[in-house]
Design a protein around this ligand. Structure first.
Ligand SMILES: *Cc1c(COP(=O)(O)O)cnc(C)c1O
Length: 466
């Protein structure tokens, strides 16, 4: 064994404790760290000769840490971002320590644990047993897997198998959606269906939710079966399609219904908001992200579908040394990867540790924070709220001269206190503040509101607020 490996192995408990102390100190410092620092790591030579773990940790802390964002912290409000709960963090560390590959029933414990976690998630979101689920790396991959199953369903309807014969066998495909997430187009590109398969459908006036009447017209015009992507929580304004109305259309027009509930599914945990996702069980395939509102580390989402048979047709990986496909195919036959980490463990830990009641509290606190910031934006003469705060995102712009450049300057001005990301909503440049981190409290909203007011004044050229 290489002497550096031998040395590190001999001191393993002590080295892990040092790494753990270092991690705890980093987390402790989250609140004081600029939310998005501008520091850049100086270059370093490639590691021809190893330095050992202690020296690697020191170098990481010196060169890279100063530039790391407080992405895990309470005021990183860009995109839709979660942090990491204590139990999720411990689960994630243990994932690496136990280093299981949960894909094959020949070594089944990891796969069983994953299915236990899937069952808990099904219960959390009110899904019926008809939905089978698997862990994937994020909502983009979850949407892509759902669309891959949809593609095979289109083939079934036409008596062909795109998985075997190639996507071209389908001819042109239509994927109808009101306000699809960008990952849907990416998924269609990866699946050989093409980004142009995505057909936008009109939304309701002043909304991001699809207009069911417009959807019906689009379905009537289509001369072959379609895929409909319904949205349960859009990223700009957290709008929800009327899934019951869409499911009623499915009775008449027979399409595959994929529901992107990446973070919106968590509305199910708040009795005041659960009606928004009452009908997601209607989905033929469903996407839920976990590294957002479940607050597990990145690299975690789940995909559900009612047609695991079609899913296995797409993802089967026949090899002499793997288990047979059978009625209950193992994970290797159901998702893109053949080998991967025990991805479920962080989710398992945090679900067990905090339960439905813990997650209800997180969701309701995030919604309350968004409402508070939304009300402050609404009350500020220099700002304009672009949509009601339906759940956990505040979408707003400057009351005057709202150019993309001025909004970017506003976001830069805020960067020490909070991270907000730009968008365009209804043709207007805007900013979004998304609340989905378990650490965010009322104190944070006050800091964000104050920083926002100061930044508006300073981008107006120092004029005091009216
Ligand atoms: C975040 C998000 C995605 C993509 O998720 P990744 O985890 O970044 O792959 C897809 N759909 C919606 C609605 C989202 O919010």
């Amino acid at each position: 064994m290489h002497p550096r490996l031998t040395a590190d192995l001999e001191r393993l408990p002590e080295l892990l404790e040092a790494a753990s102390r270092h991690a705890a100190a980093f987390l402790d410092g989250l609140d004081g760290r600029p939310v998005v620092p501008t520091a850049q790591a100086p270059a370093a030579a490639p590691p021809a000769r190893g330095v050992g773990l202690s020296a690697a940790l020191r170098e990481f802390a010196e060169r890279w840490e100063p530039g790391l964002s407080a992405g895990a912290g309470p005021r990183y409000l860009g995109f839709v971002t979660g942090g990491v709960t204590p139990a999720a963090l411990a689960g994630d560390w243990l994932t690496s320590a136990v280093d299981q590959n949960p894909m094959s029933s020949l070594d089944p414990a990891g796969q069983r644990l994953e299915q236990e976690a899937i069952g808990w998630l099904r219960d959390l979101f009110g899904l019926s047993d008809g939905h089978e689920g698997n862990f994937v790396s994020g909502a983009t991959m979850s949407n892509t897997v759902g669309l891959a199953v949809a593609r095979e369903w289109l083939g079934e309807r036409r008596g062909v198998s795109p998985a075997d014969e190639g996507a071209a066998v389908l001819g042109p495909v239509r994927v109808l959606s009101g306000s699809p997430h960008s990952s849907v187009a990416k998924g269609l590109s990866m699946l050989g269906l093409g980004r142009s398969a995505l057909v936008p459908v009109a939304t309701l006036p002043g909304r991001e939710a699809v207009d069911p009447a417009a959807l019906e017209r689009a379905l009537r015009e289509a001369d072959s079966p379609c895929v409909v992507v319904a949205n349960a929580g859009t990223v700009n304004t957290v709008d929800f399609d009327d899934i019951r109305a869409i499911a009623a259309l499915r009775e008449r027009y027979g399409f595959w219904l994929h529901v992107d509930a990446a973070f919106g599914a968590f509305a199910a945990l708040s009795p005041a908001h659960a009606h928004l996702v009452d009908d997601i069980d209607e989905a033929d395939s469903l996407c839920v992200d976990l590294h957002k509102w479940l607050n597990v580390p990145y690299d975690s989402a789940v995909q559900f579908t009612r047609r695991r048979d079609l899913q296995a047709r797409v993802f089967q990986n026949a090899a002499a040394y793997l288990g047979p496909l059978g009625d209950a195919p193992e994970a290797v036959h159901l998702t893109p990867e053949n080998s991967r980490r025990l991805r479920a463990l962080a989710a398992w830990f945090t679900l067990r540790a905090y339960g439905r009641d813990g997650y209800r509290e997180i969701v309701e606190r995030c919604v309350a924070c968004a409402r508070t910031v939304g009300a402050a934006v609404d009350a500020h003469p220099g700002l304009r709220l672009l949509a009601p705060v339906r759940l956990n995102v505040v979408c707003f712009t400057l009351a005057e001269d709202a150019t993309a450049g001025r909004l970017a300057a506003l976001a830069r001005e805020l960067a020490d206190t909070a991270f907000l990301t730009p968008t365009v909503y209804a043709g207007e440049p805007a900013l979004r503040a998304a609340f989905s981190n378990w650490r965010t409290t009322v104190d944070d909203t006050e800091r964000v509101i104050k920083a926002l007011a100061d930044a508006v004044d300073s981008t107006r050229g120092g004029a005091p607020a009216a």
